[in-house]
Design a protein around this ligand. Sequence first.
Ligand SMILES: Nc1ncnc2c1ncn2[C@@H]1O[C@H](COP(=O)(O)OP(=O)(O)OP(=O)(O)O)[C@@H](O)[C@H]1O
Length: 225
Amino acid sequence: MTAALELDGIERIYNRGLPSEVAVLRGVTMSLAPGEVAALVAPSGAGKSTLLHIAGLLDTADTGAVRLSGRDMTRLSDRQRTRARRDEIGFIYQFHHLLPEFSAAENVILPQLAAGVSRQDADARAQSLLDAVGVAPRAGHRPSALSGGEQQRVAFCRALANRPSLLLADEPTGNLDPETSDVVFGALMALVRDTGLSALIATHNLDLAKRMDRVLTLDSGRISG
Ligand SMILES: Nc1ncnc2c1ncn2[C@@H]1O[C@H](COP(=O)(O)OP(=O)(O)OP(=O)(O)O)[C@@H](O)[C@H]1O
């Protein structure tokens, strides 16, 4: 079976050749099966954001290959990378980064319009995603009128709006209190399982990590688990 995501010998060094050189990733190799949900656990500063950015085509490795569903992403043009990012990858950050001047529904609709989906289909998809995570009644509100947990649920819907095959998340419930984090994480997992997505979810919360299929640990520039 072709892996949803493969990282093969990824190396990333910041400030190469300078006294401030940091070798963050020193040969990261891992793969995610279709539908598999893995936790990425790492001490602070170990390079998990760097790793997620490389897997999400937001940054490039110095060495090594990134493959999505068997396709090598390493040598794509900027334009092809942007398209692959838009169509194949959903990204969730610790802070929601929703557009403040648009409603919750519009935040989920806009990326679909950018990808060429009709307004009617985009509306329907936004409605069903927001419904699935329990925020449909708040669909017309701007982010500032939503609670932190609601904002993050809308961000999940936005990440999944274009039906990506891979979800990457960097501490997706890290800014919520433990109780809200637990509930909101449950909503995310239900959505991921329903859509059959593969996901790599960075978290410091070992209880959340245990709810995933596999726990990968990033330490000293390499992955184990
Ligand atoms: N642009 C950069 N230039 C130089 N060093 C960087 C740069 N970005 C990150 N680093 C360093 O690389 C290391 C890994 O950073 P990264 O943000 O990937 O870690 P992290 O595991 O996500 O950390 P945290 O859990 O604290 O968010 C850190 O030591 C950081 O200071």
